[in-house]
Design a protein around this ligand. Structure first.
Ligand code: GAL
Ligand code: MG
Length: 873
């Protein structure tokens, strides 16, 4: 990130020849040197030099003497330098190489970035000192503290704030105590005090349930990589806090540290903010999958056992006192090998109190939970209440299962819902299932953030780089941009949707009652305030508060609907007081219903129309309208100066990341492109203009829209009914002919309007982007935005910005001149054409046109999660 070497992105593949344990001769190497001062007061103390993270191998010298070397990029390394340091000036040098045999164990899907990326510091400790502390603080409240002491000393402990019954720790109420571990020498003199934070909680597995403090909790999680748009892997603590605050604000309560142990400060923050953490070992050998079906995979080679076990030991020794850590993960995507067995045995010796997780153990031979990635909801439905059969696993892509080894255990989605680009779609269906069964523990969306790296053009415009942008080959392009937040942490529509789907209070309107389900695992609703409001035509016409209902965790209650004026009634649960991660008034959950008003029918006076027609053109005029129609191309060419080009049927969209990849037959973009749906041609078959009465003219156009090469296509009929009041009704009838793909990207009308017609108002779901399977978080209301504001700047440009369940939409210029469209469910508008969005590779490739492209869509194909997982349901 400082100009030495270059970022290189690959997902599965190793960027060098696979020949373990050897690495390339050309091995980027950084040499670091600095001076430091040691205080005279440190004389007689033991001094350790500690590195929290160095990628991938380094050697260290202090005052010119080599003190050692270490591997394990995301693990701590400590060197005893007592003999080397002296009061006054000292020097330290480190030589860091990018590639080592350890690299074969670190093939995670992320940028290859080498260097010293976490803190380096000295620790001075008395000759007699506490070498290790192991804390066991179960929900029974019985605290056990074990210590290792070097030299002769006596340990005493004191739990601060320990008055009354011990409060338990959970993400909903992360209550922490401070434990002082004091060491005294034989004479009773205090030698050192080590503070540790303690949270009382129990994690256990009973049958097929994963229990925290006795409750079958839900993990509403994300996978988080350490990634920063400017600092790469060196994430400042402020950025960690920002991530955690954002997660809490979006109802997230769990984090898998994919796919390595994080900066140690991160776990302190997770204890404090309240998160379940699945702490994952720095082990992934995914690239062996490509070479020859895992041939020579280090995870299954006894020669690598010590290296694998060492990584597990160092993680556990570092993190075991954190209440936030609820499972140990053996790593990611390293198939299943003998070394996983050895790691599990060692894990259970070091910490018998936490379950072991590893997705690659497909029969859950050694792990305590069954973990899967990107499972289809149909498969989850079978898992519920133990109805799954081995054949079900096989049907959903898990082969080579040994049925004799398989036992029913809690089920965890370590990854699901691929948040790449526009999406993920279909979250609601996952959570309906997860809530329906105690066996389903929940899961972690893949993934928290886009890892793209911030760049600027010469003239200062910001853009974000992904694989290939640094001349890095081979690379996996923008597959590194698959997060719920953009690289700069602005929430993508996916995060807003996730917040809604996992909200802790479910609100359902049943007649004049409201059914409320408290989905907290431990809390009642006392920390929330219940507000209501009624909106009509864009104005709040009434509002109030209701007493917070008394509903126990994991149970349901009912309240009476308030009697209100007509409009959209919204109930909203908000934080009653400030907390660590949000201010009072922060919204947690909401629900809406419509209170119908009496319909008023407006009858407009009839105004006369005149038609003039030639062989190629029709012109319709009246007091309120001037419309011209191109009879050759069957399209409106002018409508009161409001159109630049008139509406035509459109079936194409700029394919999304989720359209482009996917499993088997769900590779939509490929299927659509092979059918040439991106090159459809419009042929006019007939146009017939009829004056129906003095105030009505009808144009019926028959058009065939079809791809080149094939015989299939769409027989279309547009019926334009032009009325003297100035309106145009467009009825469209589409019949498919021949063999078309089973789905289409979209069905709708596309037209363009002048660039200044950019003030948009609509009644429907908003204010944000939404598609048929990503719309839970958008509310029914009256919304206003400029065309620029409707755009979602996905790092890799693609279809975006749709608004759905729309009743009407208006486009106007600054003077208020414009039009209203109604009768279609979806609209979107851009300063870019569909082709512009499709051909751009980065946001800065998009140059605003001098017109606006408007889509009024009957329907879109769903968004789904096909970028890496199932497509739209
Ligand atoms: C999973 C993998 C992740 C990431 C994801 C795709 O298979 O565990 O690290 O590569 O796919 O984005
Ligand atoms: Mg991988």
């Amino acid at each position: 990130m400082h100009g030495h070497g270059r970022p290189h992105y690959t997902n599965v593949q190793y960027p060098f020849p696979v020949d373990p344990p050897r690495v390339p001769t050309e091995n980027p190497t950084g040499c670091y040197y600095r001076e430091f001062q040691i205080d005279a007061a440190w004389r007689g103390m033991n001094v350790w030099l500690r590195f929290e993270g160095v990628d991938s191998i380094f050697h260290v010298w202090v005052n010119g003497v080599e003190v050692g070397c270490s591997k394990g990029s995301r693990l701590p390394a400590e060197f005893d330098v007592t003999q080397q340091v002296r009061p006054g000036k000292n020097t330290i040098s480190a030589r860091v190489c990018q590639w080592s045999d350890g690299t074969y164990l670190e093939d995670q899907d992320m940028w290859w970035l080498s260097g010293i990326f976490r803190d380096v510091y000295l620790l001075a400790r008395p000759a007699i000192h506490i070498a290790d502390i192991r804390i066991h603080a179960p929900a029974t409240g019985k605290l056990e503290v074990q210590t290792d002491v070097i030299g002769e000393g006596v340990v005493e402990t004191e739990l601060l704030g320990d008055t009354g019954p011990r409060r338990l720790w959970s993400p909903e109420d992360p209550h922490l105590y401070t434990l002082l571990v004091k060491l005294k020498d034989k004479a009773g003199r205090l030698i050192e005090v080590v503070p540790q934070r303690v949270g009382f909680r129990t994690v256990e597995i009973k049958g097929d349930r994963f229990l925290v403090n006795g409750v079958a909790v839900k993990l509403k999680g994300v996978n988080r990589h350490e990634s920063h748009p400017d600092h790469g892997r060196a994430v400042p603590v402020e950025a960690m806090i920002e991530d955690l605050r954002l997660m809490k604000q979006h109802n997230i309560n769990a984090i898998r540290t994919s796919h390595y142990p994080d900066d140690p400060r991160f776990y302190d923050l997770c204890d404090e903010y309240g998160f379940y953490v699945i702490d994952e070992c720095d082990l992934e050998t995914h690239g062996f999958n490509i070479t020859k079906n895992w041939d020579r995979n280090p995870a299954n080679d006894p020669a690598w056992e010590a290296a694998c076990v060492d990584r597990m030991e160092r993680m556990i020794a570092r993190d075991r006192n954190h209440p936030c850590v609820v499972m140990w993960s053996l790593g990611n995507e390293s198939q299943f090998g003998c070394n996983h067995r050895a790691m599990t045995i060692r894990t259970r010796q070091l910490d018998p109190t936490r379950p072991v997780h590893y997705e690659g153990d497909s029969t859950a031979e050694v792990t305590d939970v069954i973990s899967r990635m990107y499972s289809h909801i149909d498969f989850l439905a079978k898992i519920i209440d133990g109805k799954e059969k081995i054949e079900d696993f096989q049907q959903y892509g898990m082969v080579n299962l040994d049925p004799t080894r398989y036992t029913q255990k809690p089920f965890f989605l370590c990854e699901y819902a691929h948040a790449m680009g526009n999406g993920p779609g279909g979250l609601a269906e996952y959570w309906d299932l997860i809530y329906s069964s105690d066996r389903l523990m929940g899961g972690c969306v893949w993934e928290w953030c886009d890892h793209a790296i911030r760049q600027r053009t010469a003239d200062g415009r910001e853009w974000f780089a992904y694989g290939g942008d640094f001349g890095d080959v081979p690379n996996d392009g923008n597959f590194v941009c698959d997060g719920l937040v953009f690289p700069d942490r602005s929430p993508s529509p996916g995060l807003i949707e996730y917040k809604k789907v996992i909200e802790p209070v479910k609100i359902e309107f049943v007649g004049d009652r409201v059914r409320l389900t408290n989905r907290y695992d431990f809390s009642n609703l006392d920390h929330l305030r219940l507000e209501w409001s009624v909106t009509s035509d864009g104005d709040v016409v009434e509002r109030g508060t209701l007493p917070t209902p008394k509903i126990a965790p994991r149970s349901t209650g009912e309240i009476q609907l308030p009697k209100t004026k007509p409009g959209v009634l919204e109930l909203s649960f908000k934080l009653a007081a400030d907390c660590l991660w949000a201010k009072a008034g922060h919204e947690i959950a909401w629900g809406q219903t419509e209170i119908p008003a009496e319909q008023k029918l407006v009858v407009l006076p009839k105004r006369e129309l005149r038609v003039t027609e030639s062989a190629t053109r029709a012109e319709i005029t009246g007091d309120n309208i001037h419309l011209t129609f191109d009879k050759v191309r069957a399209v409106i060419t002018d409508w009161n100066g409001l159109l630049r080009t008139g509406p035509r049927l459109n079936f194409w969209r700029a394919t999304t990341d989720n359209d482009r990849a996917g499993w088997g037959p769900q590779q939509y973009a490929k299927m659509w492109r092979e059918a040439h749906l991106d090159k459809l041609q419009h042929r006019t078959d007939s146009v017939c203009v009829t004056q129906v009465d003095a105030a009505t003219v009808q144009i019926v156009a028959r058009v065939r829209i079809a791809p080149p090469v094939f015989a299939c296509g769409f027989a279309c009929e547009y019926t334009y009914t032009v009325t003297g009041d100035g309106g145009v009704e467009i009825a469209v009838n589409v019949d498919s002919q021949g063999e078309l793909p089973p789905t289409l990207p979209r069905v709708g009308l596309q037209f363009t309007v002048p660039a200044n017609c950019d003030q948009v108002t609509w009644h429907g779901r908003g204010p944000g982007e939404a598609y048929r399977d990503t719309k839970q978080a958008q509310r029914l209301g009256w919304w206003r935005a400029t065309v620029n504001e409707l755009y979602t700047p996905y790092i890799f440009p693609q279809e975006n910005g749709n608004r759905t369940d729309v009743r009407w939409v208006e486009f106007r210029d600054a003077r208020g001149v414009g039009f209203r469209a109604s009768g279609v469910d979806n609209f979107s508008a851009h300063r870019y054409t569909t082709a512009d969005l499709e051909s751009a590779r980065h946001t800065i490739d998009l140059v605003p046109r001098d017109f606006i492209t408007v889509n009024l869509d009957h329907q879109h194909n769903g968004i789904g999660s096909g970028g890496c997982g199932p497509g739209p349901w």
